[in-house]
Design a protein. Structure first.
Length: 250
C-alpha cells in the first residue's frame, strides 16, 4: 500500500489514511506484513480504500481529504522528539481542528497526547507486554468508540513509554493495572489506544518471544507477568467501530 491521491475523498473516494510511524520486527513482517496491512485487515477495508504515508519519509497529505486517519505504533519513542515525529504531531493538531476522525494506537496514542500538550515518557514501572485486562471507566458508557465495551476485556499490549500526563480536556475511557491511560478521548472525534487492536494472537506471541531476553525483572508490578496471549475480539472490533465512525463523518 502507498499514498495514492486519486483515492482521496476530494476525488470522490472515501479513503482512510494510515500514517505509518515505524515498522514491525523483520520476522513478523515476513510472515504477516507490516503495520498498515494489520490495520487494513482489522478495519475490513480493501487495499484501494486505504492510503498509507510513511511519516519518516513522506509528506503528509491534507487530512481533510480523508474520511478518517489511523496512526500506527512504532519502535521509536515519542520522547525522542525526532523531526518527523514533531511534524506529524503538528499535522495531527490540524486534523483534529478540522474534525477529521483520528485513531492513534500505541505510538500514535502517545503522539496525540504529546501533540495536544500532554507528557509522554518511559513508564516508571517498566514494560507492559502480553494480553492484559482492560477495565472500562464510567466515561466509556457515552463514548462513540467504547460505548458497548464490557467492564473488562482482554487486549494485546507491548510498550515501554506511556502517556504520563494527559493534555487538557482529555477523557480517560479505559485503563489496565499497569497503565491508567489505555484508552483516551482527546477530542470529540479523536481517540488514542495504548493497547493494540490490530494484533493477532500470533503477532502478540511473536513480540513476547522477541522481547523474552528483556522481560525478566522488567515489569515491577504483577500485571503482565504471565505474558499470555489469547484472542481479543472486543479490542479488535474497535477498528470496525472506528470505521463506522468515519463512515458517518462523510
Amino acid at each position: 500500500m502507498s499514498f495514492h491521491p486519486a483515492f482521496s475523498r476530494a476525488a470522490g473516494k472515501a479513503a482512510l489514511l494510515i500514517v505509518q510511524t515505524g515498522s514491525t520486527l523483520p520476522t513478523l513482517r515476513a510472515r504477516h506484513g507490516d503495520f498498515p496491512e494489520w490495520f487494513r485487515r482489522g478495519l475490513g477495508l480493501r487495499r484501494d480504500e486505504v492510503d498509507v504515508v510513511v511519516a519518516e519519509r513522506d509528506a503528509l497529505p491534507p487530512a481533510g481529504t480523508y474520511a478518517g486517519v489511523v496512526v500506527t505504533g512504532s519502535p521509536a519513542m515519542v520522547s525522542a522528539r525526532e523531526r518527523w515525529s514533531e511534524d506529524a504531531a503538528a499535522w495531527l493538531r490540524g486534523a483534529i481542528d478540522a474534525d477529521v476522525p483520528v485513531l492513534g494506537v500505541c505510538y500514535g496514542h502517545q503522539l496525540l497526547a504529546h501533540a495536544l500538550g500532554g507528557r509522554v515518557d518511559y513508564h516508571p514501572a517498566g514494560r507492559e507486554i502480553g494480553t492484559v485486562a482492560i477495565e472500562t471507566l464510567e466515561a466509556a458508557a457515552g463514548d462513540a468508540l467504547l460505548a458497548d465495551a464490557p467492564a473488562t476485556f482482554p487486549a494485546h499490549s507491548s510498550h515501554q513509554q506511556s502517556v504520563l500526563e494527559l493534555p487538557r480536556g482529555a477523557t480517560v475511557l479505559a485503563r489496565s493495572a499497569h497503565d491508567p491511560h489505555h484508552a483516551v478521548r482527546y477530542a470529540p472525534n479523536a481517540w488514542g489506544l495504548q493497547f493494540h487492536p490490530e494484533f493477532s494472537v500470533e503477532i502478540m506471541q511473536g513480540y513476547i518471544e522477541a522481547r523474552r531476553p528483556a522481560l525478566v525483572g522488567d515489569c515491577s508490578i504483577d500485571c503482565c507477568n504471565t505474558r499470555c496471549s489469547r484472542p481479543t475480539p472486543l479490542a479488535r472490533g474497535l477498528l470496525r467501530r472506528f470505521r463506522a465512525i468515519t463512515n458517518r463523518s462523510r
